[in-house]
Ligand binder design. Structure first.
Ligand SMILES: Nc1ncnc2c1ncn2[C@@H]1O[C@H](COP(=O)(O)OP(=O)(O)OP(=O)(O)O)[C@@H](O)[C@H]1O
Ligand SMILES: [Mg+2]
Length: 346
């Protein structure tokens, strides 16, 4: 409650209370001295009784009004707003009654309520977007599977066409599997459901193994591969999670490069392991660069049939999770370099 400055309000409340009590006591004293002169004890007692009842009623009404204005009204507003939130309307916001330097407890509650409602509506938008993106990404390969499976039923197909259709079916089902695997991984990382198992890793060896897995793909595309690894770079991290990172960066490099080379380097620099994955591909415009780590974002529409735009979102999550950094440097038409920095384990 860092903005609460209700000292002035408390002071005003105390002054009102003090004045009310003073007026009540003074009035009682004045009335008592006025009726005392009559000398009749019964009259004095009756008048004093009436005066006390009247003054008690006045005090009750003043306190009731004070509570109505300072407590009941804001509580009522908050209750109505929480009812709306409970029924799923996250657009509701409360009008804060005082300027920020005179916030009381209710203003603080209202401000926190507004923040909570804004966060809930943001989460709802993300949730809806996520569902529509997933549905969209599932629909495309499913449509391919349906069409090609129907075409395969045609008995007059020659072997080559049959083979081509079967390959398309395998491709579409692989795409679905990749989508679901990535969604599950992202979900687990976001909900912090899993804790990566950290161990001492020889990054030089694991990175070399992953790159080796891409050799055929790189060769088939007529690209050159260049590797420059420092020997025995040791880190303390989760090898299975890091593999996701190298796989995604390398598959992007191959996918977005039509000619030239792919270079992977690993250097030990000031107690850190620095991995660079570079390509001479289509590059990333500065506008696209702002979004590449967002889920389902695909900047290059010519490749949108391949993948779902989840790869870099996953890479970023893993790097954040395991405590490293990722930077991208790219020039449109010339190529891209992703630089990952990880804490060395030595
Ligand atoms: N090496 C690269 N060269 C050029 N553009 C890239 C490169 N890497 C990523 N991008 C751009 O960033 C976008 C997001 O990349 P990301 O890996 O998240 O998705 P994807 O590769 O399209 O799909 P998926 O990773 O799910 O297979 C890509 O669609 C592309 O526009
Ligand atoms: Mg990718």
């Amino acid at each position: 409650m860092k903005k609460r400055r209700n000292g002035l309000n408390n002071f005003i409340g105390a002054v009102i209370f003090f004045l009310t009590i003073t007026i009540v006591v003074m009035s009682a004293v004045l009335i008592f001295s006025a009726v005392e002169q009559s000398g009749n004890k019964t009259t004095i007692a009756l008048v004093m009784f009436a005066v006390i009842v009247f003054l008690a009623a006045v005090c009750t009404v003043v306190d009731w009004l004070r509570r109505k204005i300072t407590v009941d009204r804001p509580v009522q507003k908050i209750l109505e707003a929480t009812d709306k939130i409970a029924s799923g309307d996250f657009s509701v916001r409360l009008d804060i009654r005082h300027p920020v330097n005179r916030y009381d407890e209710y203003d603080c509650i209202m401000e926190n309520f507004n923040k909570m409602a804004a966060e809930l509506s943001r989460t709802e938008v993300l949730h809806t977007d996520f569902i529509s993106n997933v549905s969209h990404e599932i629909k495309t390969p499913l449509a391919i599977i349906q069409n090609y499976a129907a075409s395969l039923q045609n008995k007059n197909l020659d072997d080559r066409t049959r083979e081509k259709y079967a390959q398309t079916l395998v491709g579409a089902s692989k795409r679905l599997t990749a989508l679901i695997t990535n969604i599950l991984k992202l979900n687990k990382l976001e909900n912090q459901e899993i804790k990566p198992e950290y161990e001492t890793v020889n990054l030089t060896e694991t990175l070399a193994e992953t790159v080796l897995g891409f050799e055929e793909l790189i060769e088939n595309k007529g690209l050159e591969l260049e590797c420059d690894f420092d020997e025995d770079v040791i880190i303390f991290s989760s090898p299975s999670y890091l593999e996701t990172v190298w796989n995604n960066l390398l598959s992007n490099a191959v996918k977005f490069t039509e000619k030239g080379k792919i270079s992977v380097s690993l250097k030990k620099e000031k107690g850190q392991a620095v991995v660079k994955v570079s390509d001479t591909g289509c590059g990333i415009s500065s506008e696209t660069g702002k979004h590449i780590f967002e889920k389902f974002y695909q900047g290059d529409t010519s490749h949108s049939q391949e993948g779902n735009g989840l790869g870099l979102a996953l890479v970023k999550k893993v790097i954040d999770f395991t405590g490293g950094t990722i930077a991208v440097n790219s020039e449109l038409g010339k190529g891209t370099t992703f630089t990952i920095t990880l804490q060395s384990g030595e």
